[in-house]
Design a protein around this ligand. Structure first.
Ligand SMILES: [Cu+2]
Length: 368
């Protein structure tokens, strides 16, 4: 059922990626090096040639980000402009605003059925969409509802959930939810072909911080292209009121060499360094933190100048650990809670220095 056509659909981009790798190899410098220089020295927004906001150089496929040609500079280096990232300009916030994404929870459409059961329903569509992962850097994404990460779905334990999935893209996809549900609702089989639909229906359990992602082979390709998001099931009695934030640790392989060139939380490199997250001194801050980074087995979160309570997977209400750093494998997710005692800026970042230097760094700004 997952079909020959589905498999052959996958071959074309891989051939293109192979061509892209050869082009990168011909240039004699890896994108990783380029981006490190570009992001740290400043000026990712300023592209030397090839039109505004794009990598210069030959295109190997209209579906893929352009690569620099041999000997052609990809970025103009500028002096730093005062913010930590050294980046000039901003992404188009009208298309995706990481500031709004932090606090946006999608509760779906709520109704009550004849048995008195609360039902929540969502429409989810897989579409191909170019997303901006740093000012002027676009990634040819595969998305749920046109954004990376996908929407943060939220519900309460025990509710009946229906996700009406339609595949509006040119590749086969599914939605695989973490949590407890019948195997036929697990998003492995059936595979939903382009133009096809499937409704995932199950009870929300157990409470905790979960995630969802496409589960079609090649899995790492379908995930790194952007088909993932956060899935929160609240405990029956909720949690203590807090300033709640969603953070998805992710990375982007812009030259298809099975390594990430850009890292972030919520997709946009250094966004929360340029736009520190505003919190109040003393208020309870709760982060729903998931790791959907592909290629690197481990990612991490380190908070400066304070410590946080850690709730592993959020499936229990008692504190697991009081710490300032948590290491997470692919697919792991934890709830973090803390209060900032002093006004000022508190840095947070991956404790893998390389990830931090390539975009995974930001600030909280505590105001009295
Ligand atoms: Cu997929």
């Amino acid at each position: 059922m997952s079909s020959q056509s589905g498999q052959s659909d996958e071959l074309q981009p891989l051939q293109n990626e192979s061509t892209a790798k050869q082009a990168a190899s011909r240039s004699g410098i890896s994108r990783r090096d380029i981006l490190k220089i570009g992001l740290m020295a400043g000026g990712v927004a300023a592209v030397a040639a090839g039109g505004p906001g794009r990598f210069s150089g030959p295109s190997t496929s209209p579906d893929h980000t352009h690569l620099p040609a041999a000997g052609e500079p990809s970025f103009n280096a500028h002096e730093g402009h005062g913010d930590f990232s050294g980046m000039v300009g901003d992404i188009d916030l009208t298309r995706f605003d990481p500031g709004a994404f932090l606090t946006h929870f999608d509760w779906g459409r709520e109704s009550v059925n004849d048995s008195g059961q609360t039902v929540r329903e969502w429409d989810v569509v897989a579409v191909e969409e170019e997303v901006e992962i740093a000012p002027g850097i676009f990634f040819p994404g595969w998305t749920f509802n046109g954004q990376i990460p996908g929407p943060t779905f939220r519900c309460k334990e025990g509710e009946l959930l229906r996700f009406h999935f339609s595949n509006g893209s040119s590749h086969p996809h599914t939605i695989h939810f973490h949590g407890i549900h019948p195997p036929e609702m697990d998003g492995v089989d059936p595979i939903v072909e382009p133009g096809g639909t499937f409704t995932y229906e199950f009870l929300a359990r157990p409470f905790g911080l979960h995630l969802y992602h496409c589960h079609v082979m090649q899995l790492k390709k379908h995930i790194h292209k952007g088909l993932y998001g956060t899935f929160i099931i609240d405990p029956p009695n909720g949690r203590e009121p807090a300033h709640e934030l969603v953070m998805v640790m992710n990375g982007f392989d812009t030259n298809f060499d099975n390594e990430n060139e850009v890292y972030a939380v919520n997709s946009v490199a250094f966004h929360y360094a340029k736009h520190p997250i505003q919190v109040k001194v003393g208020e309870l801050v709760r982060i729903y933190l998931t790791n959907l980074t592909e290629f690197d087995p481990i990612n991490s979160f380190h908070l400066h100048a304070t410590m946080f309570n850690l709730y592993r997977t959020g499936t229990r209400l008692d504190v697991y650990e009081f710490t300032d750093t948590v290491m997470m494998c692919q697919g792991e997710r934890h709830i973090l809670e803390f209060r900032l005692e002093y006004p000022g800026r508190y840095m947070f970042h991956a404790h893998q220095s390389e990830f931090a230097e390539l975009g995974w760094m930001g600030f909280f700004e505590a105001v009295a």
